[in-house]
Design a protein around this ligand. Structure first.
Ligand SMILES: *Cc1c(COP(=O)(O)O)cnc(C)c1O
Length: 383
């Protein structure tokens, strides 16, 4: 069986986790702040707020920006549902911007056109979630320019993209955004089993996200409405959640991070091998922007013979090559259709969905495993 993605766990990872299990703190100990500092230093951002999932990170990022009823959040339809659901959690309304047919990321041109229309109608978005599909950054410079012109805030959903670069610096430095989110789910680039982080250069947003992660409770006298009753005293100043990452998870994450650059380099080797072996087949291979160094979470091909998508998919699955499809466009989900979205609303996203297949891509995929994927795909395409 060859999955489309999987984690790599080493003896060092296991030792790091075991050390926490033998220590005084399983959660709220020193491993979480240590992990946060390591992530922040690696990507070059001021603050990292570690949480129990990227979904939680998206939620507290939206809340920290005061997204609420009456507001709009826009994102790409070609993403995991969490990139949109975070808006609904806050009581805001969600809308989508169609994808760029080359990068499959949110199209800045479609965004600009939609913003111009929304401005006239008085329904501009408060937040735009830019999703770096496969680990390749969106055109952040363009999206950032539009944010200045139309006054929205930007969250980068970089769940696929830790270790990737844009314009030569690491994704996550928040140069063009208010907050960037990473996921540490096992299929992603590095893992904490479940886990995520919200990154920002904004001190106020960081502090608000820290509070929201842990019930909205503060132990800092400066943040209280009156002097503490005593050393035991704490105050709840907003409605937060228990979205904390455990020390066990943070230790695993810190150990994994030491191999991040190596992992991404290996993903590039695998992509380069696919690029050579699949050139000339009736497939569209991943296009890469010159300013982009993808983290290559996914390697997605598009079938030129779209009517054979299901057949090719099933043929590979029958050979225990567990290809996947990222993603069912969010606006076509029944829950979103009930809100009024319809088939045909985002034609580029729908066309992409009718042609795409994610091939196996993870650092421990061997050359011979990859060769069997390539051979099976050639056979399925009769080429
Ligand atoms: C995986 C993923 C998420 C959610 O991550 P979790 O850590 O599982 O909550 C959100 N957005 C995208 C684009 C993802 O791929």
């Amino acid at each position: 069986m060859i999955p489309y993605g999987r984690q790599d766990i080493t003896e060092n990872d296991i030792d790091a986790v075991a050390a926490v299990l033998r220590s005084d703190f399983l959660t709220q100990g020193p491993a979480v702040p240590r992990f946060e500092k390591t992530v922040a230093a690696h990507v070059g951002v001021k603050h990292a707020v570690a949480v129990n999932s990227a979904t939680s990170a998206l939620h507290i990022a939206c809340l920290a920006m005061d997204l609420g009823p009456g507001d709009w959040l826009w994102t790409s339809p070609v993403t995991f549902v969490a990139s949109a659901n975070c808006g609904l959690y806050c009581g805001a309304q969600v809308d989508f911007v169609d994808i760029d047919p080359q990068s499959y990321n949110l199209s800045p041109m479609a965004l600009e056109a939609k913003l111009e229309k929304a401005e006239k109608e008085g329904r501009l978005p408060k937040v735009v979630v830019a999703v770096h599909l496969c680990g390749q950054s969106c055109d952040m410079a363009a999206i950032h320019r539009l944010s200045k012109r139309f006054g929205f805030r930007i969250i980068e959903d970089a769940s696929h993209a830790i270790g990737g670069k844009y314009e030569g610096s690491f994704i996550g430095d928040c140069r063009y955004s208010d907050v960037t989110v990473f996921s540490f789910h096992p299929v992603k680039i590095v893992t904490t089993a479940e886990g995520g982080t919200a990154l920002t250069n904004d001190d106020a947003l960081a502090r608000k996200m820290e509070l929201l992660r842990s019930h909205g409770i503060t132990r800092d006298a400066a943040e209280m409405t009156h002097a503490p009753h005593g050393p035991w005293y704490y105050q709840q100043t907003m409605l937060g959640f228990n979205y904390r990452m455990t020390d066990i998870q943070a230790a695993l994450g810190a150990s994994q991070l030491m191999r991040l650059d190596q992992y991404v380099a290996r993903r590039h080797e695998i992509a380069a091998r696919y690029n050579v072996a699949l050139a000339g087949l009736s497939l569209t291979l991943p296009w890469q922007h010159t300013e982009s160094y993808s983290a290559y979470h996914l390697y997605i091909v598009r079938l030129q013979c779209a009517h054979r998508q299901r057949e090719v998919f099933e043929e590979l699955r029958a050979k225990e090559i567990l290809v996947n499809l990222h993603y069912v466009p969010v606006h076509t989900q029944p829950y979103y259709q009930k809100m009024g979205f319809q088939l045909g609303d985002f034609p580029e996203a729908e066309k992409y969905y009718s042609e795409a297949i994610s091939l196996p891509m993870y650092p421990t995929l061997t050359d011979s495993q990859q060769d069997s994927v390539i051979a099976a795909l050639r056979m399925a395409l009769n080429q």
